[in-house]
Write a protein of this length. Structure first.
Length: 123
DNA sequence: GCACTGACGCGGG
DNA sequence: TCCCGCGCCAGTG
């Protein structure tokens, strides 16, 4: 690796605004590795990003919340999101957020700002 | 090095 | 919009 993907991912995840949901692929993209969505999931699952990561704000590209195993109770992620005002609806595939409504929609400026942060911190 | 895994994503139909 | 198949790639044993 030429840089530490997980450190970048931690910075991006901590920047997800309260009351918004981001996708694995979106985080990977902002870290400069658009094809590493799976590694974002891996890092969250295994705690590779350190403390104070709002993992409940990360969902897949369809807005589906992660499966039961990841959080202590099956509806913890849902409850955390709802406590922030995110609407979560039940589907056959599991709990789902409306990314149109509550997704974190990045601006180009935001993406460029992350790149500057990484460069400044040499990660 | 090899095979398999998985909190994933996309393009085509 | 919804499925499905295939591609992806760091970790793990």
């Amino acid at each position: 690796m030429s840089y530490d993907f997980y450190k970048r991912a931690a910075i991006v995840c901590r920047a997800i605004p309260y009351g918004k949901a981001a996708t694995y692929g979106q985080i990977a993209m902002l870290c400069g590795r658009p094809r590493n969505a799976r590694q974002v999931g891996y890092a969250l699952n295994r705690g590779r990003m350190g403390e104070n990561i709002p993992a409940h704000r990360v969902v897949n590209s369809r807005g589906i919340l992660s499966g039961a195993a990841a959080f202590e109770t099956r509806d913890l992620q849902k409850r955390l999101l709802e406590s922030e005002g995110v609407k979560v609806e039940y589907t056959e595939d599991g709990w789902r957020v409306d990314l149109k409504r509550d997704g974190w929609h990045n601006t180009m400026e935001e993406a460029l700002r992350f790149r500057e942060i990484f460069e400044a911190q040499n990660i």
